[in-house]
Write a protein of this length. Structure first.
Lengths: 369, 369
DNA sequence: CTGAAAGCGCTTACAG
DNA sequence: CTGAAAGCGCTTACAG
């Protein structure tokens, strides 16, 4: 099938001829300074020996001519782009994940790095091929380092990351997973999320609650380590975990809408728990709001513990008691680890850090009467 | 100052020697297939003429050997990276801006593009040098197109974008600005935000309100076109705009916290307005929540109109009447314009689209009694 | 239909 | 201290 190309309008051809848009190159600067490209390159990068006189003249000329080295070309000859670190994360949500990204990105930017985010918008997080394409795209940029939010990331993705590492790239993983570390030998920071749920459960148990519900955003149903750790905590107090109080979710991160649905479901329950743990504050806020409108009083009739300590938590209708995710610490550790590897040339064993959340008491919980 | 480099540990030198990590290159494939690099390149790209026999053998070999072209190298020889479009945006917030990004990114990803986000976390939006570095970094990647969220972006940033365009790059701008288009000849989609405020004002005026307050997130104080359009709307109804009801903000995007503060300020007012327009739903939700706790009844004592139609709007304590920002339409238009330029080779005049918000009625407004 | 060769803009041994 | 030259991995006129 032949596509007929209409000829370009004359002015366009004309313009192309007039402005070849030759951005100024190293060669141009070298010529102007009357030195070789080698010397110019050395002067610019400060790597080889150059007399300070020629260095200055090159630098001045480069500045005047508006020269800046083409990162692409440098990359091709050089191997790795020293001043960019890529952020890999599946979802861009409207809560912790993005806040985490904000923190890390801002700090790295301040340190002079270029910090592109490779994410997938908000769908398709489970699609392996999507995840693979995403890493490939990032790795192809040859950043100095990759900081990877590993929640939801499939095992297969770590293979290219491992290769990237073997090629000399730095990779740092963090996650709010189930307390498992990623299958890759790199610096890792894990937020022990299951423990947080256990912690929330214990808090409620100590308030006298024995009938506790669980709602975990982003998973079909509370499961795995998170479920187990809660179950353990409850067992200590001789409280069972009832299956009908393990609330379901369709795996998307809609937060508010999910909270609302949860509330509606809750209202239909024959037998209601006296407390519920909700895995996200936006979700919890909507949950409480809907219940409030339905006449259920929080915390008098129902205690609620949120999660994340989101911006909304202190300012919900009833300020949310929540277990905070350590976003700041995670960002801090990521930066620290990166620094130690690039600045202090640390090349020892990968470090693995486990961070815990903590209960932040506000007003959505009360002792069981 | 001499930095003393400790010699590398032996095993490291050893490893470097052992695994030069030669990723397979075009040359490797060509050699294996017994053809020239030219032919291999043609076979892979489908550009020149190649007999189908050799094409197939090259393709098969490439696949077997796990070859994929190095985008960096292609870029250097080729000019532009056809399958990546860069997203430029100053802030990553936890509301509309990020939602907009999610939508655009996901769609472009689905179309096969690599879509890195160049943002700055959440600080320094006013800092020109930061903004400039950000564009430079993006442009240096030579994406096929740049989609730029222009809110908050300084004029100077459009200069490099214009050069990028002159070099053959596509740039598309969108924004929730003051209805002004960006100073660059490119496709643009503007959400007429000032009109939305006027629209909100008119809605309240028709409900009988004459005493209307205004809170605009992200600006020091309501100002410019937004302020004027509200003033105009109110003048039609013979209602003045009182200066003490133009609430201040420090220019950051904290939403919930801002809403809470606004509420506290509101409670100290000698004379309260009967309605207030709040520029963001998360902010409005917190505002209403705090007021509710303070015993002010919404909408009976105070009508509130939010903005953005955020996820929280339907699920706030009192579901928020709001004027919705057209995020979906903006995403759609961006995609459309991009498609027409790359697929249908449209190269006519830049298109400028103005989109409007619309009132979504829920329960936070009531007629003035 | 195929291939030798130049070139993209830089960096970096290596030899003065 | 300086420069000629090779090379990074591809693409693309151009000449068979």
């Amino acid at each position: 099938m032949g596509i007929i190309q209409t000829p370009k309008p004359v002015w366009e051809i004309f313009e192309t001829m007039i402005s070849p848009r030759k951005t100024v190159t190293l060669a141009d600067v070298a010529r102007a300074a009357n030195v070789s490209k080698t010397t110019a390159s050395h002067a610019l990068s400060g790597k080889g020996y150059v007399s300070s006189a020629t260095r200055e003249s090159v630098l001045r000329l480069a500045d005047e001519m508006g020269f800046s080295v083409d990162p692409i070309a440098r990359l091709l000859s050089n191997g790795r782009c020293e001043n960019t670190v890529g952020l890999y994360t599946l979802d861009l949500d409207l809560s912790q994940r993005t806040r985490q990204l904000q923190l890390i990105q801002a700090q790295l930017n301040d340190m002079g790095y270029s910090v592109p985010i490779y994410a997938y918008g908000y769908r398709g997080r489970d699609d392996l091929s999507v995840q693979m394409e995403l890493v490939s795209g990032l790795i192809a940029q040859r950043p100095a380092a990759i900081v990877c939010n590993m929640s939801g990331v499939r095992k297969e993705v770590f293979e290219p990351l491992r290769r990237f590492q073997a090629d000399g790239g730095i990779v740092i993983c963090y996650g709010y997973g189930y307390g498992e570390f990623a299958p890759i030998e790199c610096d890792q920071i894990i937020y022990a999320e299951p423990e947080s749920f256990a912690c929330a459960a214990r808090y409620l148990l100590e308030l006298g609650h024995r009938e506790i519900g669980l709602f975990s955003v982003g998973h079909r149903k509370p499961q795995g380590a998170m479920l187990e750790s809660v179950r353990d905590a409850m067992r200590e107090f001789g409280a069972p975990l009832r299956d009908e109080w393990l609330f379901e979710n369709d795996g998307l991160l809609r937060y508010e809408e999910d909270g609302h649905r949860l509330a509606n479901h809750f209202l239909t329950l024959e037998k209601r728990p006296s407390a519920v743990i909700v895995a996200n504050d936006y979700c919890a806020a909507a949950f409480v709001a809907t219940l409030t409108r339905a006449g259920v009083r929080v915390p008098q009739e129902l205690s609620v513990v949120g999660h994340d300590n989101d911006a909304i938590a202190p300012y919900a209708v009833v300020p949310l008691t929540t277990v905070s995710a350590p976003v700041e610490e995670i960002a801090e550790k990521v930066i620290e680890m990166l620094q130690s590897r690039v600045l202090r040339n640390y090349s020892g064993a990968p470090r693995k850090i486990l961070l815990r959340g903590e209960i932040i008491q506000r007003q959505s919980c009360a002792p069981k009467n």
